[in-house]
Design a binder for this molecule. Sequence first.
Ligand code: ATP
Ligand code: MG
Length: 376
Amino acid sequence: ITRIFSGIQPTGIPHLGNYLGTLSNWARLQDQLTRQTPSEDCATNAVQARDKVIYSIADLHAFTVPQPPKAVLKNTLDMTASIIACGVDPERCVLFRQSAVPLHTELAWMLNCITPVGWLHKMTQWKTKLQNKNPSDHGTASSGIDAASDPNSETSKLRLGLFAYPVLQAADILLYSASHVPVGEDQKQHIELTRDIADMANRHFKTKLFQLPDVLMTTNKRVMSLRDPTKKMSKSDKTANATILLTDSDDDIRSKIRKTVTDPIDTVTYDPENRPGVANLLRIYSAFYQRAENSSNAESSALNDVTQLFAGKKNQELKEKTTDIVIESTRKVRQELKRIIKEEDYLMGCLLRGEEEASMIAAKNWERVKKASGLS
Ligand code: ATP
Ligand code: MG
C-alpha cells in the first residue's frame, strides 16, 4: 500500500453501515499506515506520513440528488466531525473537501471524453435507479439505453450527473495516484470501473499516466435498513427508524432496534434469503462481537460463532443483545461526535489545511495529464 484514498458524501449523519463498512476502517488503516505523529517525529516525516492517507468529503457527489443550499456547508462540517469522531486524525492524514480542489472536475471531464457510455450503463446503482423510475424495465443495459433515448420517458428525466458520477469518482481516485481504495461492498463495481478507465486512459495517451487502484474491501458486508432489510441502510433514506445514526442517543438506538422488521418465526436462525431482518441483526451483532473479541478471524467465522450463540434463542433476545452491543461499542464515538460537532472553527481549520495539501498532490498529476494530452 503506497497511498489510500477514499471519500464519503456529506448527505447526512453517518449510520451504522457507514461506520462498520467504512469509517471505522478509515481510522484503522490510518493507524496502520501512519505511525508517526508530528510531535513524535520531525516535520518532514510527518508530512510524508500524512499524504499516504487521503480522505475526501465528496460534496460534489452529493449534488447527484438535490441539496438545499443552506444545508450544504453544515452537512460538510457534520461529516468532518463524524469522520474525526470515528478516529480519523487530521494531523496524520489529508482530510479535505472535494469541491475545494477544482482539478477533480477538470480531470473528470478528460475521463468523460474517453469513457464508453456502455460501461456506465452496466453500473448496478444506475440500473437500480432506472428500474425505480421504470418498473417494467428489467434493468438491462439495452432497454436502459432505449428508454433513455425517448425524450418523454421517465428514465430520460434522470439527471446526467447521476449517470456520470462514477467517472468523477474515478477522477477523485486517479488524481492522487491511490494504490488502494477502502470502500464498502456497494462501491466495488465503481472501483473496478476506475481501473478500466485508468487502463483506457493509459492506452489512449500512450503513457502510464495513472496507477490502477485496488479495492480494500472492508470485511463487514453491507448493513441493511431496519425497516426494509432487502435495502441497504442509506444516509439519504429518510424512512423513520430505518437507520441508526452516530448522533443517536442510547434510547434512540434501543427504540429503533426494538422496532426492526423481522418475521413471524420466533427463534433465531441465519437465513439471509428468507429471513433478511434477522440475518441483518446477526451480522450487526457479529461485526461488533468480532471487534470486541479483537479477533482477526474471518467475518464468516465470527458470524458462525454468533449464530451458534443465538441458536434456539428468541428473536426478542437477539434484539436486546444487539441493542446492548451497539450502544456499548459506539458509545465513545457518539460522545466524541457530540462534543466535536459544535467546534465549527476547528473543523473548518482541519479542512482548509487538508485542501492545501490535496491541491499540491493533485496539481502534480494534472500537470502530467496536460502534458500527455497536449493541453500544456
Ligand atoms: P447516500 O444514501 O447519500 O448514498 P450512503 O449511506 O450510501 O449515503 P455513501 O456516502 O454513499 O453513503 O458511502 C460512504 C461509504 O459507506 C462507502 O464506502 C460505502 O461503501 C459505505 N456504505 C454505505 N452504505 C453502507 C451500508 N449499508 N453498509 C456498509 N457500508 C456502507
Ligand atoms: Mg451511497
